[in-house]
Design a binder for this molecule. Structure first.
Ligand code: ADP
Ligand code: MG
Length: 320
């Protein structure tokens, strides 16, 4: 199958049409109409076979996750999802693989009313780059540089599940069979916290999505905002699946350092915590922003908590 036949068959109509797309897949550029008084939020993430996923991962999950990680970035800015572009490099035109990939990608795209408006298709080692576009009203974006001393630190959902899922696949963690599906699903099909991000627009000061472990990602907020923080490690939200299969400290360490959870970490002025409660979001308070730089880990009783590796995953390690 040629490049153009492949684009027409798999990518041209993978998503539903949006009213704000004047021209989608098929010309040299897409033509798009952004709403007045909004900023365009744009983000790109690449998934490379062998680096971000095992080469034999089900294509449905690869399609789903390639989109989910980008949606998570839109969520972390409080942006409303709109358009997508997809640059895909394929070893061959394997139609079975492509149709399953498109099922995963299309499912999530339709769920958030996003339209695929363009991309690029090339041959080579499997790699998927998605660019996601969203809208956020001027002045309402949730930025990393807006945390204030005194803010409470919250996280959505539970942390460490995707890290445990990875360990299960790597064979370094054994869990009850009824629990392993849920943990591996958290790794392969993370839920982007889009609705939470939208609801937090007028409530949170700063936000980030947790893709590289809470310690590393919270640290990005701290550095951008020139503040520090105290985290109460025993308040971290740990799922039952994790808690029932690991020592407490091991679960906390996963929550702090393992990647791929795609939950949101955000900071809230104490005066706005009552409004946050009214939203009934699945989230919990895990610490507090302080003026003194640095991240201080402790238990609720005040004892300091020692974390073996707090840096999070970095692609070039020490060399860059
Ligand atoms: P050009 O030669 O102008 O770069 P291409 O031949 O790469 O255009 O692509 C033709 C059309 O198909 C363009 O509109 C492009 O955006 C779209 N397209 C190519 N690959 C993809 C893809 N994987 N997903 C969505 N649209 C794609
Ligand atoms: Mg091209």
């Amino acid at each position: 199958m040629t490049e153009f036949a492949l684009i027409a068959k798999y990518f041209q109509n993978i998503t539903d049409a949006r009213y704000d797309v004047a021209l989608g897949v098929g010309d040299d550029c897409a033509l798009l109409q952004a709403p007045a008084n909004h900023l365009l939020a744009v983000t790109t993430d690449t998934l490379v076979a062998g680096v971000h996923f095992f080469p034999d991962t089900e294509p449905f999950s690869i399609g789903y996750k390639a989109l989910a990680v980008n949606l998570s970035d839109l969520a972390a800015m409080g942006a409303e999802p709109a358009w997508l572009s997809l640059a895909i490099t394929l070893p061959s035109s394997d139609e079975q693989w492509l149709s399953e990939f498109c099922l995963g990608f299309g499912k999530l795209a339709r769920q958030y009313n996003m339209q695929l408006v363009g991309g690029d298709t090339t041959q080579g080692p499997l790699s998927i780059t998605v660019t996601a576009y969203g809208f956020v009203p001027k002045q309402q974006a949730l930025r990393r540089d807006a945390a204030q001393p005194g803010d409470k630190i919250y996280v959505t959902g539970t942390l460490g599940d995707a890290g445990a899922g990875l360990k299960i696949l790597q064979g370094t963690l054994q869990v009850k069979s009824t629990h392993s599906d849920k943990l591996i699903t958290r790794l392969h099909n993370p839920t982007p916290r889009i609705l939470e991000g939208l609801a937090l627009r007028s409530i949170a000061n700063a936000a980030i999505d947790v893709s590289d472990g809470l310690a590393a990602d919270l640290n990005h907020i701290l550095e951008s905002s020139s503040v520090g923080a105290r985290l109460w490690v025993d308040q971290l939200p740990i799922s039952d699946e994790l808690a029932q299969n690991m020592e407490r400290a091991s679960a906390w360490n996963l929550a702090l350092t393992a990647g791929d959870d795609y939950e949101l970490c955000f900071t809230v002025l104490p005066a706005k915590e009552a409004r946050l409660k009214e939203l009934n979001l699945a989230c919990c308070c895990v610490g507090e922003i302080e003026a003194q730089p640095g991240l201080r880990l402790q238990l609720t009783d005040g004892k300091p908590y020692d974390l073996p590796n707090r840096r999070g995953y970095q692609h070039f390690g020490e060399t860059l």
